[in-house]
Write a protein that binds this ligand. Structure first.
Ligand code: DGL
Length: 259
């Protein structure tokens, strides 16, 4: 049973990701200017989670809660789609503050924009996220039936390498998308890394599909859930990592400044 958490407007929030990918979600949270403080924790020692089993993903997710115990946050955002698919429920059961994943907000963001239930929707994610079937099931429940899902795991190391465009990415996209016969109406970027290559993905499909981004979706969701007000001071961000904090900070500098 999930314990109902007291709903205070969050001022100090945590962001948890398997590594650096959650920075794409962090960016949307910073841009919203709605939070006084954000604690970002990336499990950089054990990334990627997307190729791991459900059991291990749940174990790692619960271990992250031990880290957040001393941070006194009002709310935790699970930026990682893979953890949102497998670990979220166990985390919610084990914590005293609300924990929100990115999958439900992503579905709601899509539903807000794509009204035609016959629309062609392409879901991209890690192997684990696609295998969980969660996006597919939730979309089907809402009447969308023209669904395709592709595990595009190679995008993750490319983005980690700072490759956001160019021939290696183009041939990787061709490798994954050549079997996909349609031009989708919408693409769910169901992995924290994919917003960084959103422009290239959109270009591949002639800039036609609507792209659903976890960071933007979670902000829309939070704005509906809480009476968030703009903060007077810039959000204070503190980074933590299970390995190589300096590398995470360098990646943050690069990614958070991407247009
Ligand atoms: N953060 C993960 C996600 O959004 C991608 C990286 C990983 O496999 O851990 O699914």
């Amino acid at each position: 049973m999930i314990v109902q958490k007291i709903k205070t407007t969050p001022k100090k929030i945590g962001v948890f990701d398997s590594g650096a990918g959650g920075l794409s979600v962090l960016k949307s949270l910073i841009n919203s200017q709605s939070f006084e403080e954000i604690i970002y924790y990336g499990d950089t020692a054990r990334v990627p989670y997307g190729n791991r089993s459900q059991k291990v993903i749940i174990q790692y997710s619960l271990e992250a809660l031990i880290f957040f115990k001393t941070q006194h946050i009002d709310l935790l955002i699970v930026a990682c789609n893979t953890i949102s698919a497998y670990g979220l429920q166990s985390m919610q059961q084990a914590s005293s503050y609300p924990i929100i994943g990115v999958i439900k907000p992503g579905i709601l963001a899509l539903e807000n924009t794509i009204k035609n239930k016959d629309s062609k929707i392409l879901i991209l994610g890690t192997k684990a996220t696609i295998k969980s079937n969660l996006y597919q099931t939730l979309l089907q429940k809402r009447g969308y039936h023209n669904l395709s899902a592709l595990a595009t795991s190679l995008f993750v190391p490319l983005v980690e390498e700072g490759i956001f465009e160019g021939e290696i990415l183009d041939s990787t996209m061709h490798y994954y998308f050549k079997s996909y016969p349609n031009n989708p109406d919408a693409i769910i970027l169901g992995c924290t890394h994919f917003p960084l290559i959103a422009k290239s993905i959109a270009k591949y499909f002639d800039n036609k599909p609507l792209l659903i981004h976890s960071g933007d979706s979670i902000m829309q969701y939070l704005q509906k859930q809480y009476p968030l007000k703009p903060t007077t001071n810039p959000t204070k961000i503190t980074f933590f990592a299970s390995d190589n904090l300096e590398r995470l900070k360098q990646t943050a500098k690069l990614w958070l400044n991407q247009p």
